[in-house]
Design a protein around this ligand. Structure first.
Ligand code: IPM
Ligand code: MG
Length: 371
């Protein structure tokens, strides 16, 4: 298969983790005989520095002319005093809107060898496996907002239309159908009008999926249930802001936010990105966890029905975890791996499992010093 992939590394640790993801995709192309072309563009703070805009025209064109987008991370405290509309985050928010990326899909699993890394007890998180479907093009993120001239008052409006809810609801119900057939709508319908609209629409859309059982949960209760009983969730459907918050919370189940991948789906574009932020304090140190971005490439491959390829990435990630070839967030020993080591292990493993494992096992036996 031939794929043109726009690569937007962004700020902070973005370029380091994106490099590993590109390495992994190149290994997949080599192993499975695909042709992936990568075209890099600026986004976020670096784009502001280079062009004055967090989403330059050239970057948007690159994304519009590509089959998929691989996105790193954006943001840096040096822009904290900038007006909200000129901050690096606008690069991502405008991109999501311009490309109509209406659904953000965030899977959460508990990896067996990492369960001790989670602050939650193993017996609570074991076998956790759910997906958050977060609406990404509307709600309070994009509603009318303003600060008064005297700076003493401000507002943000949460606005939703039926068709926006229906569109992502269909996607989420379709996913639930192929899974454990449970969909939980997370809202705040005891207080918010928009949440009442969400409930009505989801009940209506659900009529087309009679085999999927619908549950309704208020966001405050959901935030608690996610920690005390995460196994009960299968597909969580929610609006933009609740989805942003819940997905960071959910990532603690996996042991590190550095493991959480995501796919953003539109009618004509797809974007893949880690859910974590740009961690400027880690930038350039080669210690950021690249697994979330690498797992986002697995989602990219699966989106194009390259399931064997997606599995190859996931298996290699599992092996890196099993052999403890992981960055300091997951590995507190002195033998932690650097960002680039993790990317190298995973891409080498994809190309030639046997010789990579041979070397790793020899290192463990003290018989070799190179991977
Ligand atoms: C995310 C991020 C973004 C969001 C920021 C960087 C604008 O937190 O993708 O979850 O709030 O959507
Ligand atoms: Mg977020």
């Amino acid at each position: 298969m031939k794929l043109n992939i726009a690569v937007l590394p962004g700020d902070g640790i973005g370029p380091e983790v994106i490099n590993q993801a590109v390495k992994v995709l190149k290994a997949i192309a080599q192993k499975f005989n695909h042709k992936f072309n990568f075209t890099e563009s600026f986004v976020g703070g670096i784009a502001i520095d280079k062009t004055g805009s967090p989403l330059p025209e050239e970057t948007l064109n690159n994304c519009q002319n590509s089959d998929a987008i691989l996105f790193g991370t954006i943001g840096d405290p040096k822009y904290d005093d900038f007006e909200i509309k000129n901050r690096p985050e606008q690069g991502l928010l405008k991109l999501r809107k311009e490309l109509g990326l209406y659904a953000n899909i965030r899977p959460i699993t508990a990896y067996k060898p990492l369960m001790h890394k989670s602050p939650i007890k193993e017996k609570v998180i074991v076998n956790t496996d759910f997906i958050i479907y977060r609406e990404l093009n509307s709600g309070i993120y994009y509603g009318d907002k303003n600060t008064s001239e005297d700076g003493k008052s401000a507002y943000d409006t949460c606005f939703y239309q039926a068709e926006e809810i229906d569109k992502i609801a269909h996607l989420a119900f379709k996913a639930a159908k192929t899974r454990r057939k449970k969909l939980t709508l997370v809202d705040k319908s005891n207080v918010l009008e928009t949440s009442r609209l969400w409930r009505n629409r989801v009940k209506k859309v659900g009529q087309s999926y009679p085999d999927v059982k619908i549950f309704f949960l208020h966001i405050d209760n959901a935030a608690m249930q996610l920690i005390i009983n995460p196994r009960k969730f299968d597909v969580i459907l929610t609006e933009n802001l609740f989805g942003d918050i819940l997905s960071d919370e959910a990532s603690v189940i996996s042991g590190s936010i550095g493991l959480s991948a995501s796919a953003s789906i539109g009618d004509n574009s797809v974007l893949f990105e880690p859910i974590h932020s740009s961690y400027p304090q880690y930038a350039g140190k080669n210690i950021a966890n690249p697994l979330a971005t690498i797992l986002s490439t697995a989602m990219l491959l699966e989106h194009f029905n390259l399931h064997e390829e997606g599995d190859a990435v996931r298996n290699a990630v599992d092996q890196s975890i099993e052999y403890n070839i992981t960055t300091p967030d997951l590995n507190s020993t002195k033998k932690y791996a650097h960002t680039s080591d993790v990317g190298e292990f995973i891409s080498d493993y994809i190309i030639d499992k046997k010789s990579v494992l041979y070397h790793v096992e020899n290192i463990d036996l003290g018989q070799s010093t190179i991977i």
